[in-house]
Design a binder for this molecule. Sequence first.
Ligand SMILES: NC(=O)c1ccc[n+]([C@@H]2O[C@H](COP(=O)([O-])OP(=O)(O)OC[C@H]3O[C@@H](n4cnc5c(N)ncnc54)[C@H](O)[C@@H]3O)[C@@H](O)[C@H]2O)c1
Length: 248
Amino acid sequence: MTTEQKVIVVTGAGGGMGKAIIEEQLKQGNLVVGLDLSVTTLSGLTHEALQCFEVNVLQEERVNDICQQVFEKYGRIDGLVNALGIAQAATPIEQVTMDEWNRLMDVNVKSLFITAKAVVPFMKKQQKGSIITIASISAVRPRPGLQAYIASKGAAESFTRGLAIELAPNQIRVNTIHPGPADTQMLGQFAAQGADVEQTKQSVFVQSVPLGRLVKPSDIAGAVSYLLSDAASMVTGTTLHVDGGRGL
Ligand SMILES: NC(=O)c1ccc[n+]([C@@H]2O[C@H](COP(=O)([O-])OP(=O)(O)OC[C@H]3O[C@@H](n4cnc5c(N)ncnc54)[C@H](O)[C@@H]3O)[C@@H](O)[C@H]2O)c1
């Protein structure tokens, strides 16, 4: 490990955005630790600087153990990128079950508490760090039927701001990225049950982006890269919209 190399923990590593974030970080020469329920999508990415763990990020003890192992191995954790998440199929509120609400809140919000709590002690030791959460532009530009998902993403943004003010004295920066509709397997999951997914992507999602196309995972990887870098050393508590203008 060289002094310039950063150690970055990425959750949702096997997802569309997670994989692109990892590829970009490896390209930059950083060391990456990827966490996901499944990392099979990363099987083609055999790289000595990448270590993957198949783990449910809601298992607090396992996440703590992994972060402890990472710190013992490399002596630092520079970045945490929360790129995990689950979608909600557009559903009227009266049909949304308590289980669905709880699951969205657990995966999209509680996981952020667990991962931040796991890395912050190490970042405090080094008095430096960058935490980034991928939330969603839907938190501020909602669509009907996604009430639980939207609430979870609003909570993610508020949690970021709360942590940013708390951790600023430790030089730990905490930021949110709000993607617009993005070209990953998750997008189709927002369609209402029974809807034509491909047609919904075109007629609803692409149409809603002023710049005229879906967000690519590489667009998000670029924004993550900036927020992890020293070029963003005075950026904290902010939300970067990478949405082709969808939030306007
Ligand atoms: N795709 C979009 O249109 C879009 C738009 C705005 C925001 N987002 C957000 O961007 C983030 C990344 O989404 P994506 O499009 O890459 O989706 P994706 O479905 O491709 O990836 C999400 C990943 O999270 C993992 N995951 C889910 N629950 C987990 C858990 N408990 N423990 C560990 N891993 C878990 C999944 O296995 C999956 O690999 C999510 O937070 C999503 O809500 C997506």
